[in-house]
Ligand binder design. Structure first.
Ligand code: GDP
Length: 314
């Protein structure tokens, strides 16, 4: 059987492994399904931060310093918007705005988010399919000690400072997986959870109607890469959020979160001592260097994962 990997991704961590996978697998061997739970409307424009991070990374346009946005970006339009009285805490660069304007126009023309994404990715010369997790609206809400906050409000405006007591996925009862995600759940030979935030990047995908059940019933290997390395997030609030929710902040905590929808987890060399605990939960643990600094690191990790997928036996 030809290998076909369904990679489930958020933004920065997701994009890194997604890039590695594009170097190992042909376009018809990979589907990258991306979280849209943090999508938001700014200045009347539909912004899909995780889709854009994956798209810019695969197009070779991403800003290596921030991990988000476009390299060499300027913010003149945002400055002008601020002068005109707009709220500008969400940083949108001049070039980035073109993406949101085009996406919003395509959606107004009646295209679905999947169709609009296909237009954008093919215009940028990306050959591997990137699909939104859903064409419907599912919004991640942080339930905090300061009330309920829309995800970008919590993440960007409030710098994740309020303590979280829970996470809610508004619209999850009715939001369906996109056609691309659904097709890949039926035809893929393996599922890979990129090292993305398990709570707010992978969580929304698992919350879509029917997805958790489809993954639980999926016949091929389901393999995760832990975004928690040495008890900390490589970047972002995953560790803080897990701690506030009373979860163990380690690759074991990540494995526990994926119980039932995951067969194996790649953990970092620094966490080798945790392999036994993960295996005790009935999952395989693979120990390797999982922190991806360079494109070669991304490819090397992807190659190891694909190697495991291709050698998998029940
Ligand atoms: P976001 O939506 O932009 O926050 O991005 P993701 O959810 O895709 O990724 C955030 C997670 O990726 C964080 O929990 C990081 O710890 C993790 N991460 C980022 N880079 C790496 C890396 O090189 N290796 C591993 N193992 N995890 C990473």
């Amino acid at each position: 059987m030809t290998t076909h990997v369904l990679a489930i991704a958020g933004g920065v961590g997701g994009a890194k492994l997604a890039l590695g996978l594009t170097r190992v697998l042909a376009p018809d061997q990979l589907t990258i399904a991306v979280n849209t739970g943090d999508d938001e409307t700014f200045h009347g424009l539909h912004v899909s931060p995780d889709l854009d991070t994956v798209m810019y990374t695969l197009a070779g346009m991403s800003n290596p310093e921030t991990g988000w946005g476009i390299a060499g970006e300027t913010f003149r339009a945002l400055g002008a918007l601020q002068r005109l009285g707009a709220n500008t805490w969400f940083r949108l660069g001049d070039l980035d705005l073109a993406t949101h304007i085009r996406r919003t126009q395509l959606l107004r023309d009646g295209l679905t988010l999947s169709q609009a994404t296909r237009e954008l990715t093919s215009a940028l010369g990306i050959r591997h399919p990137i699909v939104p997790m859903s064409d419907d609206v599912l919004r991640t809400v942080a339930v905090t000690d300061d009330g309920e906050l829309a995800f970008q409000e919590y993440f960007v405006h409030r710098h994740c400072e309020p303590r979280i007591a829970g996470i809610r996925f508004e619209g999850a009862a009715t939001a369906r997986p996109s056609p691309g995600l659904w097709a890949a759940l039926a035809s893929a030979t393996a599922i890979v959870y990129c090292p993305s935030n398990p709570l707010v990047s992978i969580g929304p995908v698992l919350a879509l109607a029917g997805v958790r059940d489809a993954i639980a019933a999926f016949a091929g290997p389901k393999i995760a890469v832990s975004p928690i390395v040495g008890g900390q997030a490589v970047k972002g609030p995953a560790a803080k959020m897990m701690a506030e929710l009373g979860e163990e902040v380690s690759c074991v905590g990540v494995a526990r979160r994926y119980a039932g929808v995951c067969d194996a987890i790649f953990i970092d060399t620094v966490d080798a001592a945790n392999a036994g605990a993960i295996e005790g939960m009935g999952m395989r643990a693979y120990v390797t260097d999982t922190v991806m600094h360079t494109d070669d690191d991304k490819e090397a990790l992807a190659r190891q994962i694909v190697g495991i997928v291709e050698a998998w036996d029940e």
